[in-house]
Design a protein around this ligand. Sequence first.
Ligand SMILES: C[S@@+](CC[C@H](N)C(=O)[O-])C[C@H]1O[C@@H](n2cnc3c(N)ncnc32)[C@H](O)[C@@H]1O
Length: 203
Amino acid sequence: MDSAAAKLNSMKKFDADASNYAQTSDGKFCARVYPAILDELNRDEGQTILDIGCGTGILLSQVKDRSNLCGLDLSAGMIEQAKLKLGDRAELVVGDAENLPWPEGFFDTVLCSFSFHHYPKPDAVLREMYRVLKTGGRLILADPWMPPPFLQLMNLMIRFSRSGDFHEYSKKEIMRLLHSSGFRIDRYRHPTQDTFLLTAEKE
Ligand SMILES: C[S@@+](CC[C@H](N)C(=O)[O-])C[C@H]1O[C@@H](n2cnc3c(N)ncnc32)[C@H](O)[C@@H]1O
């Protein structure tokens, strides 16, 4: 599937799911990992957070004591839900993770929760994540995961996905991508048996 078709599928799926996202299978799958993600988010003291593929803004709405919250999502429906939840507590924009509308070195923390496997150009998104982070800033990345050979099978089937899913990553693959984008990995773990959660630093 080409890049434009995958993005269109993501947009259509999440526009359709937006008003009921927490009750969908995707919403429930992600929610199991929110406590572990929030632990990581609340460990940082920096004031500026960007959530890429922020969906309905659930994680931004639960993070403690930050002055500058930003979220971006490809789906206008998801951003509409996030605005209902967060009001003027966050800057929320419809956009593509490949082109972040913020200046270099703007954020202390970049979060990407269960959105990365939708990206047809992961290296382009990582370049953008790296660009908008301050030096010493942290990336928190959670995504689906499976042990081999299920992961390889999933990636064969994912080509036929109509939900905009594009690729799921082994530990080796995601580490390699992050290293080549300039990140130093702090920690990689499996908060559930079908997900990974990693933190990485812009050196
Ligand atoms: C499974 S949902 C996860 C939402 C939320 N982060 C969570 O943890 O509940 C994936 C989200 O990624 C968004 N997305 C997919 N491709 C994107 C892209 N290229 N740029 C920005 N957001 C994207 C979708 O619209 C959707 O809201």
